[in-house]
Design a protein around this ligand. Structure first.
Ligand SMILES: Cc1cc2nc3c(=O)[nH]c(=O)nc-3n(C[C@H](O)[C@H](O)[C@H](O)COP(=O)(O)OP(=O)(O)OC[C@H]3O[C@@H](n4cnc5c(N)ncnc54)[C@H](O)[C@@H]3O)c2cc1C
Length: 308
């Protein structure tokens, strides 16, 4: 009898695993727990900017056994869902993390959230990291935008930070260089301050309270090696590019194609700025111009086409 593999959540990494589902099914009885579709975050701002019609990606070739994972018993090897418990021999977690809780959460992302942003004439974005700055740049094309950010893009050089802040202001974004610490709201308040752990991880004994999940160098839970952790859930990973790479790696592990540890790499990010322009960052290196814009559009439309 084949061992049972439970794939939980339609995160970015899981899509990479599902891409190889035919091969995986030769080795495992596969159960998927999660929704049939999700929103690809890379393309989310492009939909807001009117550059793409949809950022929705879909579950390929599988019927979900249940929609929501509620808890896990790693000792009994069961996942609890709204449809009851399921046994696993191996489990891949890709259910992502959640927004911190200021105003309207951006994560988990949904089409309903995109529709809400679309129909709002005024938005306040909290957080000056890459997600917040890209959202401000795209929302300001059709809305009044306020951005609360102590610093704009703290990971890039000071010269680049100043340039990006000038561009935001020139486009009409009201940049308030402080934390948002009152309840007042100017339109729809979007939380772009980053993600935090979800309670069921610690309640299930997978992590300490308010901590991300620790893994070994093979992305297996440090205590329960039959559980793989991908994407934002894993303390060792960082951002969407890592989520995708971790999924590809776990697929290789499940298929017995690799015995090497997961290699962490510096990731490239590209965010939309003014019309027809984007900022590419790679560590402290950054490049602003048209070419990063075309590169981003190419990468994201190819991704959404592939998975939709
Ligand atoms: C506006 C914005 C733009 C971004 N742009 C970029 C970018 O350009 N590049 C980049 O690298 N990163 C980007 N990020 C970060 C990126 O979104 C995350 O790092 C990435 O989504 C993490 O993927 P993941 O696989 O962990 O899970 P997620 O993409 O968060 O997906 C988790 C999935 O699991 C589902 N789920 C949640 N809970 C459960 C449950 N209990 N049971 C079953 N299913 C569940 C969710 O509905 C969702 O479908 C952006 C973030 C934001 C907010």
């Amino acid at each position: 009898m084949k061992p049972t593999l439970v794939l939980a959540g339609l995160g970015h990494g899981q899509l990479e695993i599902l891409d190889r589902i035919e091969e995986i099914r030769e080795h495992y009885e596969v159960l998927f727990i999660g929704k049939c579709q999700t929103v690809y975050t890379g393309a989310f701002p492009q939909v807001i900017a009117g550059l793409m019609n949809s950022a929705t990606v879909r579950l390929p070739q599988l019927e979900p056994a249940a929609e929501r994972i509620l808890a896990i018993d790693p000792h009994l090897q069961t996942v609890q869902t709204e449809k009851g418990p399921f046994h696993y021999d191996r489990l891949v977690l890709a259910t992502g993390a959640v927004s911190r809780g200021i105003g309207t959460p951006l994560k988990p992302m949904s089409q309903a959230l995109l529709d809400r942003i679309d129909s709002s004439s005024q938005v306040t974005i909290v957080g000056g990291g890459k997600a917040g700055v890209e959202l401000a740049n795209t929302c300001v094309r059709t809305k009044k935008v306020t951005l609360y950010a102590k610093r704009v893009l703290p990971d890039v050089s000071t010269r680049r930070q100043k340039q990006m802040e000038r561009l935001l202001v020139r486009s009409g974004v009201v940049v308030i260089k402080q934390r948002k610490n009152d309840e007042s709201s100017e339109g729809l308040v979007l939380d772009a301050t980053g993600v935090v752990p979800v309670n069921w991880w610690s309640e299930s004994g997978l992590a300490n309270p308010d901590q991300f999940i620790e893994t070994d160098e093979y992305l297996r839970h440090y205590q329960f090696p039959n559980i793989y952790v991908t994407g934002d859930m894993a303390s060792a990973l960082n951002g969407g590019v890592d989520a995708v790479r971790s999924g590809r790696y776990v697929a290789e592990r499940l298929l017995g194609e690799t015995t090497r540890p997961f290699r962490k790499r510096q990731s490239m990010n590209i965010l939309l700025t003014t019309t027809g322009h984007a900022l590419l960052t790679f560590g402290r290196f950054s490049w602003h111009g048209r070419l990063p814009y075309y590169l981003k559009r190419f990468i994201d439309s190819r991704y959404v086409r592939h998975y939709s």
